[in-house]
Design a protein around this ligand. Sequence first.
Ligand code: NAP
Length: 244
Amino acid sequence: MDLTDHVVIVTGSTSGIGEAIARRLAGAGARVVVNSARSVEAGEALAAELGDATYVQGDIADPETARRLVATAEERWGRLDGLVNNAGVTIDVPQPDIESVTVEHWNRVLSVNVTGTFLVSQAALPLLRQAPDGWIVNISSIAGTRQTGSSLPYAVSKAAVDHLTSILAKHCGGEVRVNAVAPGLVDTPWTADWGDLKEGVKAIAPLHRVATPEDVADACMALISSRYVTGQSLLVDGGLSLVI
Ligand SMILES: NC(=O)c1ccc[n+]([C@@H]2O[C@H](COP(=O)([O-])OP(=O)(O)OC[C@H]3O[C@@H](n4cnc5c(N)ncnc54)[C@H](OP(=O)(O)O)[C@@H]3O)[C@@H](O)[C@H]2O)c1
């Protein structure tokens, strides 16, 4: 896939899935806006490594971050072709522990995963509509469609991301295709100490392994290049959803 001259934003791209997608897009020739809320050094290092790329520090839950991400692309390159809404957070409260979930937990998880994803999309749409083949890929989760995932607010937020994906796709029509990749369990810093869960997935998933960030990047690139697909959430879970 040749993305020479294309400009893309990848939120939460200093680590894990977002970093793999940013590397893949840059490898295809795209100019990348790298983003994270906290890891500034890693973001600047990745942007330097990717060549024609830049780093924007900012929490996507802050509306100002959405504005700065898009303004950076426009000021530097004068266009925006794609957006990967990858940044996400959870809380350290297992799903069955309903009593421990606080309003602060809900507000934080939804403000990043749902509001942040919407705000960056909203800010990006005017430029994406001008692109010859504009697209958005949201990173949701198997937790959005199954009664599983790292926490209850997280799972609900990812269901909202899937619904946001289909509604944006409906209203953006042929101007901007909007799809989602919904990973199962992926080996990233986020899941570094989830050893037992990974063994469980290896045991029961039809493909008998957890995903790598590159597996998710593969699916992202497939959706970007599939010009007759919009409004879809693609499960990338090694078949796990077939058995849980
Ligand atoms: N790993 C899995 O098994 C899995 C499965 C399904 C879905 N997902 C989804 O995939 C996405 C990436 O997960 P990952 O496993 O790759 O996580 P990760 O390795 O922890 O990376 C998360 C990235 O997002 C950034 N980030 C976090 N909060 C942010 C915010 N508010 N604003 C901007 N950037 C922010 C982080 O940088 P800073 O912390 O420095 O800001 C980091 O660059 C998430 O949306 C997650 O829900 C992951």
